[in-house]
Ligand binder design. Structure first.
Ligand code: PEP
Length: 249
């Protein structure tokens, strides 16, 4: 792939004002001029804080962990894409498996979220991935294609503006990483699906996520269809996250 890789940190529901400040200070002092794009996705209440801490940086972008499928109005607790845009958000996770699992987000809702993000000028990072049971039943390809196809279907010609993250659910937060070969084979399936939808598929970045860490990043990132990483646990430790960023160079 010719595109710059992207390393995005998903802080999940972690952090506080003091811890965020320390983490951002360590990241900003260590990141230098990376060869890849870098983003951090703090919890929504801290977007303003992290934006302020990033103000002087042109190196690390701001991401959100979720966006409402609605434009605005009576949706208590939701945060709209235009609100995120107000806070300088550049990327937004859509359909993370933890939201599909705990909030019951459906493929259609995820596709709507992607549409809202794109309309606000935010790059959605569309998460897809199979559970352990689905993998064991030989359903991996079917599941990830079904999840991505809902997004392609609703977003048509804008599809080349998305980022995809393949995150096998069994690898998230478990310390059990997909092997580079396992990950590459699913990425190739996703690439082929994107190619069938757009002649711009070559520039769509497909990230791998699922216990990526400083030790395994280089090998995963060397696969031809792995264009970056979505990092959970390791994104909370500046040194580990920076090593992954360096591995994407
Ligand atoms: C994630 O939350 O997207 C993720 C990949 O988590 P972890 O790196 O902790 O597996």
């Amino acid at each position: 792939m010719n595109t710059k890789k992207l390393i995005a940190g998903n802080w999940k529901m972690n952090g506080c004002l003091a811890a965020n400040q320390t983490l951002m200070h360590e990241l900003l002092s260590g990141v230098g001029q990376p060869a890849c794009d870098v983003a951090v996705c703090p919890p929504a209440p801290y977007l303003a804080q992290v934006r302020q801490l990033l103000a002087a940086s042109r190196v690390i972008d701001l991401g959100a962990q979720d966006v409402s499928q609605h434009e605005g109005g009576a949706f208590t607790g939701d945060v709209s894409a235009t609100m995120l845009r107000d806070f300088g958000v550049r990327y937004c996770l859509c359909g993370h498996s933890e939201r599909r699992l705990h909030q019951g987000e459906t493929d259609v809702q995820v596709a709507l979220k992607v549409k809202r993000a794109l309309a606000a000028g935010i790059t959605p990072i569309v998460c897809v991935g199979e559970t352990l049971r689905e993998r064991e039943e030989g359903m991996t390809e079917f599941i990830v294609k079904r999840q991505l196809s809902a997004v392609i279907h609703l977003n048509g010609h804008c599809i080349s503006e998305i980022v995809v993250a393949y995150e096998p659910v069994w690898a998230i937060g478990t310390g059990q990483t997909a092997t580079p070969a396992q990950a590459q084979s699913v990425h190739a399936v996703l690439r082929a699906q994107l190619k069938a939808a757009t002649d711009q598929a070559g520039r769509i970045r497909i990230l791998y996520g699922g216990s990526m860490n400083a030790a395994n990043a280089a090998e995963l990132l060397a696969q031809p269809d792995i264009d970056g990483g979505l990092i959970g646990g390791a994104s909370l430790k500046a040194l580990d996250f920076l090593k992954i960023v360096a591995a994407a160079g």
